[in-house]
Design a protein around this ligand. Structure first.
Ligand code: PBG
Length: 345
């Protein structure tokens, strides 16, 4: 007993002192979420007066262009500085033609948002999976298309032909007023190709946010929302293997060398190691994408009463920021700010 008493008396450092009350916790808190941290994803579709709920993403809608004005006003009023756009085309084909059409769904959406809220940054997701009939992120080596090369494996994603399409589509989106192009296809050389296309078209002011994207199961609900599931195979020939960390670091250095302005890690929560390395080592503006599956999981568990929606969402977002994200793309962005506005702990 004497021994115990001495030991306790020696305990000068008691970290619990700084956890005792709400006020002291607020005082020592290292990470606080704010409107400036967020980017809100929007799905845009053709048609008029359309606001279609996405079943697997509660509270998320596919919106027609005329519905964007009200949405943009709400997002701006919450203080969120940026949105990222995903287009759902009218027609799909082998090379995703609508993605580089000057009047495609995304250029229309960009113009509509800029008309109403010129200061709201518009980021355009730059990928072909929503636009191709096979659902892959570029041109696929099949005998029915003009780029077929029998020397390449069947089903191979043609890297360099895809780069040309990415250049054309990036120009179409930049001309419509996109502030940031966000290539998400994990195509080799995509940042350099897009940078040179933008620079040769008087768009040197348009920034590039490059995705470091894992081949993840957590994109399931997004593929419902954007109708972008691959019709055969999967995306492992171009997206990163979740088992690999060094490979992600290599992609990060390449993207920075090629001129990426912002690097984004996706999905966020399973890859906080990569996020934290990026922030510590490269000291570049760092983004994280809390993807559809991360959002849907929390909602599904909350619906069953197994998790507290608000606490689980805010904890995930706070920890993503703590790991190093300067900005977080999240379907929770609007709700998170409403919850934060309503509570003080
Ligand atoms: C590609 C793209 C995807 C997501 C964002 N951009 C889908 C994919 O790679 O299959 C997923 C985002 C999410 O799950 O919320 N256009």
């Amino acid at each position: 007993m004497a021994y115990e008493a001495t030991r306790h008396a020696d305990l000068k450092v008691r970290p619990r002192r700084l956890r005792l009350s709400q006020s002291v916790r607020r005082l020592v808190r290292e990470t606080a979420l704010a409107p400036d941290d967020f980017i809100y994803p929007l799905f845009v579709r053709h048609g008029e007066g359309s606001k279609r709920p996405v079943e697997s993403l509660p509270g998320v809608y596919q919106l027609s262009v005329d519905k964007l004005a009200a949405e943009a006003r709400e997002i701006s009023a919450l203080g969120i500085p940026a949105v990222i756009l995903f287009g759902i085309p009218e027609c799909k084909d082998w090379r995703g033609t609508e993605n580089f059409a000057e009047d495609g769904i995304v250029p229309q959406a960009i113009r509509a948002i800029k008309d109403i809220e010129p200061d709201l940054l518009v980021i355009s997701d730059m990928c072909f999976c929503q636009y191709t009939d096979h659902g892959h992120c570029g041109i696929i080596n099949t005998p029915d298309n003009p780029h077929y090369d029998p020397a390449l494996p069947p089903g191979y994603l043609h890297n360099d032909h895809t780069l040309e399409l990415l250049q054309r589509a990036s120009l179409a989106h930049a001309r419509a007023g996109a502030d940031i192009i966000a290539p998400s296809g994990m195509i080799d050389g995509m940042v350099a190709a897009i940078r040179s296309a933008l620079d040769s078209d008087s768009a040197q002011h348009v920034a590039i946010m490059s995705y470091i994207k894992y081949a993840s199961a957590f994109y399931g609900p997004f593929r419902d929302a954007a109708h972008s599931s691959p019709q055969f195979g999967d995306r492992s020939q171009y997206q990163l293997d979740p088992a690999n960390q060094r490979e992600a670091f290599k992609e990060i250095s390449l993207d920075i060398e090629e001129g990426a302005d912002i690097i984004m890690i996706k999905p966020a929560l399973p890859n906080l190691d990569v996020l934290s390395h990026l922030r510590e080592t490269y000291r570049q503006p760092t983004a994280a994408y809390q993807v559809s599956g991360e959002y849907a999981m929390i909602h599904a568990a909350a619906q069953r009463g197994w998790l507290d929606l608000e606490r689980a969402a805010l904890e995930s977002l706070t920890c993503i920021k703590r790991a190093g994200a300067d900005m977080i793309i999240s379907y929770f962005a609007k709700d998170a700010l409403k919850w934060l506005g309503a509570s003080r702990d």
